[in-house]
Ligand binder design. Structure first.
Ligand code: UD1
Ligand code: CA
Length: 491
């Protein structure tokens, strides 16, 4: 069976009140239109997808052609496994936003061949449709030898959707758009999802759709009565739940879709053996994976292509972006980790920040108010308090005292700090890069290190302490007070 699909996403999206095209708004970090693209690509039945966009929305094309999550820089090769097979998109342009029928016409014009069985038509603003639903719909269309199959659902709030008008033996007669519906018709709860399968005969009737005088647009929904008039075989597929087909027209719709997806993702990971202390406040992007026996506390955000191992604990107010956590890693409260790798058994936070390009562990300890940037921290190395480590390579079994700073930036260039195995850096030290502290060396607290330190040496660069006795003079009012006390007590 040869199946193509068309995603309609050339509309203005007025109701979003945004300068960004509606379908580029993100639900859980992924633009709305990308959900439709992926669902069609993953359903296993669609040969190629045509995306209809407006001339003004070049950004949509740009995004779909250069999806950041596909870039190997953020994504080691093995993560490409889940990449949908079909990203071979064709773009079509709708000159003016003259309605959904006009948009589909623009899409059909660029179909690469005329010899196909059917075309799946989907709105670019319905992000929750599953690929399994799409493949079932295509199968149903073929099984019923249908000319047009539309997916409908029973909406708890049907406002803004086209209503499905059924006649004798509940055959679908036509779709009435919200704006055209009478008070009686508005009470119909069965609505059009905007997801259809068109056979060739139904597609041929597209050009017969006339302009809706009220809105000045060509409504794709008029295809139903046209097909009926020609005696074509029209069928519906009534979806078992409503949120899968919800369309996003407003910011509120976006929130509803996000909450539904958030819940679905959380439930999926719970089924895989992950403990969630909350569902409402834990945000997990669709590209994230989590190992079993990991526990996630409230207010956690796991974003992008993050991979979490088994038996990890992620406490509250943590945000992890495009990062890999191996097994048994603990992320304490209020910590941010971006584009890094945390090796097994390490502990990070509370109140830590790990910036891109860092690799920490195994069994390392990064404590409170520590910032790590573009650095490697080896086995069992500890930086427990108030430290900045940037552009550094640290070996194993190192202790970094509180308040240590790598001075990696000279105002112009960044330089490297190398700290070899077993080194001890005393508190409050500055390591002025480029500099190397060799194995098992010891840096005295409060030192400013500007030259390499040899193996096992003690480096100390602070001035010798002097104590000047009696240096502090009593304050004037202190003297007076003492006098008063003396007088009162008769001393
Ligand atoms: C549409 C349906 C409605 C259905 C609802 C489901 C029509 C006339 N109405 O209404 O029956 O219940 O979807 O969510 O089809 N688009 C274009 N070019 C245009 C106009 C729209 O490409 O000129 C695209 C939009 O970008 C959008 C999709 O088509 O992705 C649907 O358009 P939208 O304006 O959101 O239609 P609804 O009013 O939601
Ligand atoms: Ca819509």
């Amino acid at each position: 069976m040869t199946v193509y699909s068309v995603i309609l996403s050339a509309g203005i999206g007025k109701r979003m009140k945004s300068s960004t095209p509606k379908v580029l708004h993100e639900v859980l970090g992924k633009p709305i239109v990308a959900y439709a693209v992926d669902a069609l690509a993953n359903c296993g039945k669609v040969l190629q997808t045509i995306v209809v966009i407006s001339k003004r929305s070049g950004l949509i094309r740009q995004y779909l052609e250069e999806r950041p999550e596909d870039k190997p820089a953020n994504k080691p090769e093995d993560k490409l496994e889940g990449k949908p097979a079909n990203r071979n998109l064709i773009f079509a342009y709708q000159e003016e936003p003259l309605g959904t029928a006009d948009a589909l016409r623009a899409g059909v014009e660029v179909l690469p061949e005329r010899d196909f069985d059917c075309v799946v038509v989907m709105a670019g603003d319905t992000p929750l449709v599953k690929s399994s639903t799409l493949s079932e719909l295509i199968e149903r269309h073929a099984f019923l030898k249908s000319d047009l199959t539309l997916t409908t659902f029973i909406a708890s709030n049907p406002n803004s959707y086209g209503r499905i008008k059924r006649g004798p033996e509940s055959a679908v007669q036509c779709i009435i758009e919200d704006g055209d519906a009478s008070a009686e018709e508005k009470k119909i709860f069965e609505v059009n999802s905007g997801l259809y399968v068109f056979g060739k005969k139904a597609l041929a009737l597209l050009r017969e759709i006339g302009k809706n005088e009220k809105k000045g647009e060509y409504y794709l929904t008029d295809i139903v009565s046209l097909c009926n008039a020609k005696g074509l075989n029209v069928n519906t597929h009534v979806a078992p739940n409503e949120y899968e087909f919800m369309g996003i027209n407003t910011r509120y719709d976006m929130l509803v879709a996000q909450k539904a997806l958030q819940r679905e993702i959380a439930l999926k990971w719970m089924e895989e053996g992950v403990t969630m202390m909350d569902v409402e406040s834990i945000i997990i992007h669709p590209g994230v994976s989590i190992g079993k026996d990991t526990v996630i506390y409230p207010n956690v955000q796991l974003e992008g292509n993050t991979r979490i191992g088994e038996g990890c604990k992620i406490y509250s107010n943590v945000r992890i972006v495009d990062t890999e956590l191996e097994d048994r890693v603990i992320i304490n409260d209020s910590t941010v980790i971006d584009k890094s790798k945390i090796l097994s058994g390490s502990t990070i936070g509370p109140f830590a920040r790990v910036r891109p390009g860092s690799e920490i562990g195994p069994k390392a300890r990064i404590g409170n108010f520590v910032e790590i940037k573009n650095s490697t921290i080896g086995f069992n190395t500890k930086a427990s308090h108030l430290t900045y480590i940037g552009d550094a390579i640290l070996g194993r079994d190192i202790n970094i005292g509180a308040g240590t700073i790598t001075c990696n930036y000279d105002g112009k260039d960044k330089h490297k700090t190398v700290i070899k195995d077993g080194v001890f850096i005393g508190s409050g030290s500055q390591l002025v890069a480029p500099v190397t502290i060799n194995g098992n060396a010891f840096v005295g607290a409060g030192s400013t290190i500007t030259a390499d330190v040899p193996e096992k040496a003690l480096a100390i660069s602070r001035t010798k302490q002097r104590n000047i006795s009696g240096w502090v003079k009593p304050k004037e009012n202190e003297t007076k007070e003492n006098e008063t006390i003396k007088n009162k007590t008769g001393e």
